[in-house]
Design a protein around this ligand. Sequence first.
Ligand code: 3HC
Length: 315
Amino acid sequence: DRAEREASFEELIAADQRIEPRDAMPEAYRRTLVRQIAQHAHSEIIGMQPEGAWITRAPSLRRKAILVAKVQDEAGHGMYLYSAAETLGVDRGELLEMLHEGKQKYSSIFNYPTLTWADCGAIGWLVDGAAIMNQVPLCRCSYGPYARAMIRVCKEESFHQRQGFEILWTLMRGTPAQQQMAQDAVDRWWWPALMMFGPHDSGEAASNGHTAQSMAWGIKRFSNDDLRQRFVDMMVQQADRLGVRIPDPDLRWDEERQQHDFGAIDWSEFKAVLAGDGACNAERIAHRRRAHDDGAWVREAALAHARKHEARQQV
Ligand code: 3HC
C-alpha cells in the first residue's frame, strides 16, 4: 500500500540506490525531476543557437567541422534529456510548449550574444566547463534515467570543453588583435558562467531554493556554491596556462582554505536575465519557435511512418 511504497522509496534513497521509472516515488520528487530535467533539456537545445550562429563564419573548414559536431551533440543531449523526462509521464511536446510560452526556463547563460569567433572558444572553455562541473555529479543522481543520460553527455562535453580551450590557446598565440579578441570574450563570459551554478546556498543572494531537498533526495550531490568554487579553482589554473586574465580584481588564493576567494556576483543581472531582460531572450525564443514550426513536417512524417509501420505489424 501507499505507506509501504513510500517506505521503499525512502529505503532506496537512504541506501543511495537508484530510483527507476516504475518505482514508487513521492509526487514532489517526480515534479522536481521533471522541472530540472526539462530545464536542462531546454538549455541544451537553446544552447545550440549562440554557437550555431558561427557555423557559417568559422575561420577554417576544421573549425567548422568541429563546431557542427558540437552543436549537433547539444541537440542529442536535448533528446536524451527529453526522453529521460518522458519516463516521468510527461510528453516532450508539452515541455516544448511550456518553453515556448515562458512557463519553463533554460539556463541564463544562453541569453548572451556571441559577438566574435573567440566567443566560441570562451563558450566551449567556460560554459561547457561549468556544465561538466555540474553534470559529472548528476551521473550519480538517484533517478536512473537522468543519471544514465548524463554519462554519455559528460563524455561528449569533455570534447566540447577541450575544443573551446584550443580555440583560445590558438588565439592567444596569434596576433595582438586575436589576443585582445580572446580576452574580450573571456571578460564577457566569465561572470555569466559563474551564474550557471545557481544562486548562493545561503546569505542575502540565496533564493528559497531547491538545494536542501534535492540533496536529501540524492538529485544534487553538491551545493551550488561548492561546485562554483571548484569551477573557479580549476579555471584559474587553466587561465594561467592560456595566458588570459580572469576579469575579477578580488580573485586571490587563500593558502589556508586552499581555494580562491573571488568577487561578488551581480545577482541583479542574473534576476534581470531570468525575468526575460537579457540581451537575447526574445531572439532565442523566437528562433526556437521558428525552428519548431519549420520542423513540423518532419514530426508529421515521422508519425505517419510510425503509424504505417505499426499497421503493417498488425497485419
Ligand atoms: N539559469 C536559469 N535558471 C536558474 C539558473 C540559471 N543559471 N540557476 C538557477 N536557476 C533557477 C532554478 O531553476 C530555480 O528556479 P525554479 O524553481 O523556477 O526552477 C531557481 O533558480 C533557484 O535555483 P536552485 O539552485 O534552487 O535550483 P536547482 O536546485 O534546480 O539548481 C541548477 C539549479 C544547478 C541549474 C540545477 O537545476 C541543475 O543542476 N540543472 C541541471 C544542469 C543544467 O540545467 N545546466 C544548465 C546548462 S546546460 C548546458 O550548459 C549545456 C552544455 O552543453 C552547454
